[in-house]
Design a binder for this molecule. Structure first.
Ligand code: SF4
Ligand code: SF4
Length: 194
């Protein structure tokens, strides 16, 4: 399951944000470590052959590209599809803004109690996810981005592709710690495509 968080920040005129984070673990060097399309855990081309609710846990988690966009604080208007969203470059307090990964994934709910799990049935209300997000793309009947690790099978090529596509929050965000509501309003960014 991909875990989402809803930091306990509230805004008078806007819905609270719902950041999230990939669930793939980091290896000992802090680099992305995730299964690729050929591992025994993953059925070949599973994302094309099975519905989201038919995937194994390993397949479900392998879909996350680790962009970290869903861990950013965002303003959501109260529409049904939740497509009316403004992202900020302010991240959940547990996000490591250099790596773009959760700094305490195992215990995250102790520190961010509203961190919730992304499941197929929740996607209908999560069209605020970025356009690169595999969960949203598959839900909408689209294919994975060409740079996705499940397509390339090569982490270096994927990282290069993500950089070229401008995808990923690593090195581009700041922690919510110490950020006031007024500052938050001023930190809306346009580099996340929904
Ligand atoms: S791919 Fe989706 S779930 Fe994974 S980090 Fe990016 S926005 Fe979040
Ligand atoms: S607690 Fe971790 S996984 Fe959850 S939103 Fe914050 S950084 Fe992301």
């Amino acid at each position: 399951m991909i875990n989402l968080a809803n930091p306990a920040t509230s805004y008078p005129d806007r819905k609270p944000s719902i950041p999230a984070q990939p669930s793939a673990p980091l290896d000992s060097s802090g680099s992305m470590m995730r299964p690729i399309a050929t591992t025994p855990e993953l059925r070949a081309q599973f994302w094309q052959r099975f519905a989201l609710d038919e995937l194994t846990t390993a397949e479900w988690e392998a879909l996350c590209d680790g962009c970290g966009a869903c861990c950013l604080i965002k303003f959501l208007e109260d529409d049904d599809a939740q497509t009316d969203v403004e992202y900020t470059d302010v991240a959940c307090r547990l996000l490591d803004c250099e790596s773009g990964y959760c700094s305490n994934y195992a215990d995250r709910q102790k520190y961010v109690p509203d961190c919730v799990s992304l499941t197929p049935d929740k996607l209908v209300d999560m069209m605020w996810l970025p356009s690169n997000c595999a969960y949203k793309r598959l839900y909408l009947g689209q294919d994975l981005p060409e740079w996705h690790l499940l397509i390339t099978g090569d982490a270096v090529a994927t990282q290069q592709g993500m950089r070229e596509a401008g995808v990923g929050v690593a090195g581009r965000c700041v922690s919510e710690v110490g950020i006031s509501e007024e500052e938050l309003e001023e930190r809306v960014v346009t580099w996340i495509e929904v």
